[in-house]
Design a protein around this ligand. Structure first.
Ligand code: IVH
Length: 671
């Protein structure tokens, strides 16, 4: 081995260990030791070295977390032990019956405790470790044969690539659930909406769709998470019971669900079932019940399994979140972008302990598709999130008095004629001065997803709007304490706080401000992409539709919407007033890095042997530059690789700065 190679191997080994350690601190323990910047530096050094010495890449390399080669199809994996399902129970008495059944199989004297675990609504996978190294990851499939998703499993940051202890069995099969958080799901869908891709219906589907990508590089971009819930062959461990086994997996580097709970008897299990049921909507991931397991492995072995499910475990499902009630009326809400949403007014009904009296009907097509009529008895559901939904009418219970639901032809708030674009399901009020739209926009602007101005929640904004104190966004910044004090519910302190919060919000980030404006198709994720690419408000204003389209993750609808928005003279006037009042931007965390390429616009042509195209583009963006997709006046630098053709010639004619690969490398590394 050459000296260089030996040195690289040593350095890579050290970096790999450090990076894996920092990953564990950050993702599993939530307790990072170093800053993101320091971590990025380590990771970049590591990737550069691996690129120079590909023969030194190991199976536990953290670079595997960015995804592997795209597959033509998934390989099959035989599970050594079948991945069983669980028997279900839907009530407290079902849980007590479970203990009755256990006792029939166990000696009278047997004393046992239980472990209760949240039942995650995701996908079951099995991960195999050989001599501590992750070697195979597979889906449950039909329980006997699953699909090989090893490169996908490697992208999940809470799954160790190498187990963190020396005391590990030579062979270990870990089982658990892959899932998406609700926030991860929301952001993924927002991204997809902006890129005009079809949306996922719920986090479970999104997690399944992400794991079943043939290209694991796509999986790597999805914030998948994992909680282990067992091992397929406990006899390979020194642990005596489920609780110890999970603790052991925690020491091996897995993140263990903190809601796993040891219960001393069946009463404690029932109690905990109610605790989880209350807590379920506060969690940032979806659970559809609780799994209760006999803790002791030796008793589990004695109890054994039936054909499809083990006798020692039970899925305690949360009570159905569906009920029937009567559809009394349909109201039409006007949203912030003028969209008209039909809302069902229901006879109040209890669902999961919450009284439901309204539910969204989405749009006119949905009402038709479901065949709903006024006065119908309907099935309603409260899905994992909070917005209840009408599922279907119960046609057998109709008595002939039910009436058709008609969509309005004019805006219920301003009377303007409504429009429906061909191909769109949504009816819209096109009147930009529609008071309902203005109020909703203002509520969005000051709300949590917007500027998050303390004290100016929905109720306060309604008050201010009704009192004609705030008609548009700049008006918010002209409020003074004496405006607020006469209004109901305001006092000296709350008014002071609100005025201070308003003043403070003049200093914000470009991304937050863009998201707060409530431009159609521009949510917080897209706003962050825009800030990343354009950095300053001036640069953003100078951008055209093509520049927006050049931003990865931004599609045609968003680009057009941005152009239309900023071209509107009323918007320009509003922005001018805001800047006069002192609105200014600091940079978000993501933009805080050095920006030596700010103001420069790069176009790539030809092959760069030392870089992948995406990598080269990413480097330019990281350093504050922009990347173009076609040759235009805005391009300042052309990076010409091997076999560069027509663009190179044109660029010469345009007298652009032309760089070869070496020069480009020098530029991004030297700066
Ligand atoms: S134990 C033999 N524990 O539920 C026991 N399963 O209906 C196998 N699930 O396919 C499962 N959370 O995908 C277990 N804490 C948990 C679970 C859990 C979710 C899923 C799992 C399994 C399905 C069984």
């Amino acid at each position: 081995m050459s000296d260089k190679l030996t040195a690289a191997k040593k350095r890579l080994g050290k970096l790999r260990k450090q990076i894996n350690q920092h990953n564990h601190r950050y993702y599993v323990l939530d307790d990072p030791l170093i800053s993101d910047g320091e971590y990025d530096r380590l990771f970049r050094e590591f990737l550069d070295l691996e690129e120079k010495f590909p023969q030194l890449i190991t199976p536990d390399s953290p670079s595997g977390r960015v995804g592997g080669k795209a597959l033509a199809e998934f390989g099959q994996v035989n599970h050594r032990f079948p991945m069983l399902s669980l028997e279900n129970s839907f009530s407290d008495s079902g849980i007590r019956d479970f203990e009755g059944r256990l006792k029939r199989f166990l000696p009278e004297s047997a004393e046992f405790s239980y472990v209760a675990e949240p039942k995650l609504d995701g996908l079951a996978v099995e991960i195999i470790y050989e001599k501590g190294l992750l070697t195979l990851g597979s889906t449950r499939g039909d329980g006997k044969i699953g699909e090989d998703v090893t490169s996908h499993i490697r992208t999940i940051n809470t799954i160790p690539l190498r187990l963190r202890s020396n005391d590990v069995p030579d062979y270990l099969e870990v089982r658990g659930e892959v899932f998406l958080t609700i926030e991860g799901f929301r952001q993924l869908n927002e991204h997809r909406a902006a890129a005009e891709e079809p949306l996922f219906a719920n986090p479970r589907n999104a997690a399944a769709g992400s794991l079943r990508q043939l290209d694991s590089k796509i999986t790597a971009q999805r914030p998948l998470q994992f909680f282990p819930y067992g091992i397929s062959d406990p006899s390979l461990l020194n642990s005596n019971n489920q609780r110890e086994a999970l603790d052991f997996l925690g020491r091996l580097g897995f993140k263990i669900n903190p809601l796993v709970h040891l219960c001393k008897d069946i009463n404690a299990v029932v109690d905990y079932f109610h605790v989880l049921q209350k807590q379920r909507h506060e969690l940032d991931y979806e659970i559809d019940g609780m799994v209760v397991k006999v803790n002791s492995f030796s008793l589990q072995k004695r109890l054994g399994s039936k054909a499809r499910s083990p006798r020692w475990a039970l899925a305690c499902k949360f009570p159905a979140s569906q009920a029937t009630t009567r559809l009394l009326d349909v109201e039409f809400n006007v949203g912030r972008t003028g969209a008209i949403t039909p809302v069902a007014v229901l006879e109040p009904v209890a669902l999961e302990g919450v009284t439901v009296s309204r539910a969204t009907l989405h749009n006119g097509d949905e009402i038709k598709r479901k065949g709903l009529r006024l006065g119908d008895r309907v099935l309603v559901q409260r899905a994992g999130d909070v917005i209840p939904e009408v599922i279907q009418p119960i046609i057998d219970l109709r008595n002939g008095s039910e009436e058709e639901i008609r969509m309005p032809s004019v805006c219920p708030e301003c009377g303007h004629e409504l429009l429906r674009k061909s191909g769109e399901a949504i009816l819209r009020c096109p009147n930009p001065h529609c008071p309902a739209q203005r109020l909703r926009s203002l509520i969005h602007f000051t709300g949590k997803a917007g500027m998050d101005i303390e004290g100016l929640g929905k109720k306060a904004m309604e008050q201010l709007f009704d009192a004609k104190l705030v008609n548009d966004i700049p008006d918010i910044y002209q409020l003074v304490k004496s405006d607020l004090l006469p209004l109901e519910g305001w006092a000296d302190k709350s008014a002071d706080n609100a005025i201070l919060a308003i003043a403070n919000s003049r200093k914000t980030t470009l991304a937050r401000f863009l998201g707060a404006l409530g431009i159609r198709f521009i949510g917080e994720v897209t706003a962050a992409l825009l800030e990343n690419q354009f950095k300053t408000f001036d640069q953003l204003m100078r951008a055209g539709e093509d520049d927006f389209l050049d931003v990865e993750g931004i599609g045609g609808q968003s680009a057009t919407s941005l152009c239309q928005y900023f071209a509107d003279p009323a918007v320009q006037e509003m922005l001018r007033r805001l800047f006069d009042i002192g609105l200014h931007f600091t940079t978000s965390d993501s933009g805080r890095k050095q920006q030596p390429l700010a103001g420069k616009n790069f176009l790539f042509t030809g092959r760069l042997p030392g870089f992948s195209r995406n990598e080269a583009k990413a480097r330019v963006r990281e350093l504050g530059g922009q990347v173009a997709s076609s040759l235009s006046k805005k391009v300042t630098h052309l990076v010409a690789g091997e076999k560069a053709g027509g663009k190179l010639k044109k660029a010469r004619d345009m007298e652009l700065i032309i760089l070869n690969e070496e020069e480009f490398k020098g530029l991004i590394e030297g700066e």
